[in-house]
Design a protein around this ligand. Structure first.
Ligand code: ADP
Length: 379
């Protein structure tokens, strides 16, 4: 049974804001995504009033969950600080009682010079969270994130993958997973499992197009929920596929996710390298160590004769990494097999484990693992 936006609005109309106005008239609701039994929306309030809204968020979520046919509800409370207003109160302890209960994150710029660890608590059981980022979309970031996760798995590590590319979650396509995560007894979401990885994607909860319209604070809210309200279990590494770009949403994410390091994916062209440089600067700003740069689509390898051609130039990322003093992690060719296996939900490291491409991803994974050794061993 599918649920309509109107049904959701009807149930929200019965809930009152802290000032006694119906939620539907309080000018705080985002667009409502209701597709199949999945409902997603956010309540956007001023940070100064966020505390008062938390119980209303929970009430709204419970009301929507009670609509017949609703299977998943995610209601994010997002708070924006008005210029010149007082700083928001510290986030309330996230309730474990409902999957959508969410701490509030004010959308404020990061402060330089502070370790991200001092601002973000770690995720219990997860030794290292690392980001895979790119300065722009379409450079193969998600493909690299998944194959890197598989390379780490092949090195004997316990690995998870969080698709935080909220503007275009591609992990459902890359893994062939379409199921909805179940809740455990504590109402935490249980990540899906495939290829020996624990996998979570916003794409399991909402339709791909819905996520495109989200604003920065909502992105942060949803990603925090996927980090903390998911039963990740014990992991050596959790690979986070970041949204592409270096805008406010990405910066806030880089600041708020307890990252041990970041991998930047770039193609060799100048334009993409400029974007990669912005990515480096962004992680530097929030004191997240850059584990290195991967050059994707580094050269074209003909699937018939194996000849290499440097369509996008070649070696740009390696030079850039040297210039910037960050490790160069490796070159991945532009190859039909990588595209075809990715798009068919059978990533190349898993489907062609003995092939040359899998070996390249494993070598990159080896460089990453070596840099995280201390952290993983300590855990
Ligand atoms: P992003 O996450 O940066 O937007 P994706 O990982 O979704 O990029 O990749 C974009 C497209 O490029 C996909 O169709 C993917 O299969 C393809 N692709 C990525 N890397 C390679 C590669 N090395 N060789 C061939 N195709 C690739």
């Amino acid at each position: 049974m599918s649920v309509t936006q109107q049904q959701v609005l009807d149930s929200l109309a019965r809930i009152k804001s802290p000032r006694g106005v119906a939620l539907t008239n309080a000018n705080v609701l985002s667009a409502i995504s209701a597709s199949g039994g999945k409902v997603f929306f956010s309540i956007n309030v001023d940070a100064a009033e966020a505390r008062a809204w938390e119980s209303i968020r929970a009430e709204a979520e419970a009301a929507v969950r009670a609509i017949p046919g609703v299977t998943t509800v995610m209601v994010a409370l997002t708070a924006e600080r008005k210029p010149g207003s007082a700083p928001p109160p510290p986030p309330p302890t996230p309730s474990r009682g409902a999957p959508g209960v969410q701490p509030v994150h004010a959308h404020k710029p990061p402060q330089g010079g502070q370790s991200p660890m001092s601002r973000q608590s770690e995720i219990p059981g997860v030794a290292a969270v690392i980001a895979v980022a790119s300065g722009k979309g379409g450079v193969g970031k998600s493909t690299t994130a998944l194959n890197l996760a598989l390379g780490l798995r092949d090195l004997g590590l316990k690995v998870g993958l969080l698709d935080a590319d909220i503007y275009g979650p591609s992990v459902p396509r890359l893994t062939g997973l379409r199921d909805k995560p179940e809740l455990n007894a504590e109402r935490k979401m249980i990540p899906l499992r495939r290829f020996g990885l624990a996998i979570m994607s916003i794409g399991f909860l909402v339709e791909e197009e819905t996520a495109m319209i989200w604003r920065g604070p909502m992105v942060m809210s949803a990603v925090t929920q996927m980090l903390r309200d998911v039963e990740w279990g014990r992991l050596d590494v959790l690979v986070v596929d970041m949204p592409p770009g270096t805008g406010d949403a990405q910066l806030t994410l880089a600041q708020n996710v307890p990252l041990k390091g970041a991998v930047i994916v770039s193609t060799p062209q100048d334009l993409s390298l400029i974007d990669a440089r912005r990515g480096l600067a962004m992680f530097k700003k929030v004191n997240v160590p850059v584990l290195g740069i991967v050059e994707n689509m580094s050269y074209f390898q003909c699937p018939h004769c194996g000849t290499k051609s440097d369509i996008f130039g070649h070696g740009g990322a390696r030079h850039e990494a040297e210039k910037l003093g960050v490790p160069f992690l490796g070159e991945i060719p532009l190859h039909m097999a990588i595209r075809a296996t990715s798009d068919a939900g059978n990533p190349v490291v898993d489907s062609e484990p003995d092939g040359a491409h899998a070996a390249i991803y494993r070598a990159i994974a080896g460089h990453v693992r070596d840099q995280l050794k201390g952290v993983i061993a300590a855990a």
